[in-house]
Each structure stands twice: as structure tokens, then as C-alpha cells.
Design a protein around this ligand. Sequence first.
Ligand SMILES: [Zn+2]
Length: 91
Amino acid sequence: MATIRRHCEDFIRTRLAPANPPNDGRQTPMRGHPVFIAQHACACCCRDCLAKWWRVPRGVAIPAERQQGIVDFLMAWIERENVLYETERFC
Ligand SMILES: [Zn+2]
């Protein structure tokens, strides 16, 4: 789980946190890592979903403490759910 959390922090920092993340809307694959699945299930997969579901403002970098909150939320979901089944996309 420590490894998954580290990956989760990296994904959020590099793929979601920048003001204009590369490939926004397509940066989170549908499978391949439990964190990806959690991101889709929790609407934390792209800035559109974060803006729509979590009211994270677009076009500005996500502060470190907010990133940590997202990571905590995703990790709680992963620990609670069986992440092997397919989940619905929000975008
Ligand atoms: Zn999305």
C-alpha cells in the first residue's frame, strides 16, 4: 500500500496538479493501475472532473495540501473497494 500511495502522489502531482496538465481529459488510463481506477471512480481523473465534482478551480496549480487530500481520498477508496471491477467514467 505504501508503494501504491507513492504512485498515487506522483500521478496527482504530475498529471493533475499543474495549471494546465498535459493531455488533460485523457491523462488517466482506464486500467493498468489501481490508482487509475480509483481516479475514475472518484471523479479525480482530469481537471474537468475535478472542477465539476469537487469544485477545484481550473487553470491554476493544485496546492500541495489539496493534492494530499485527493491522495488520502483515493487511497481510502482503494482500501475499501475491490478495484478489480470496471468502474463508470465521469468524462
Ligand atoms: Zn475526468
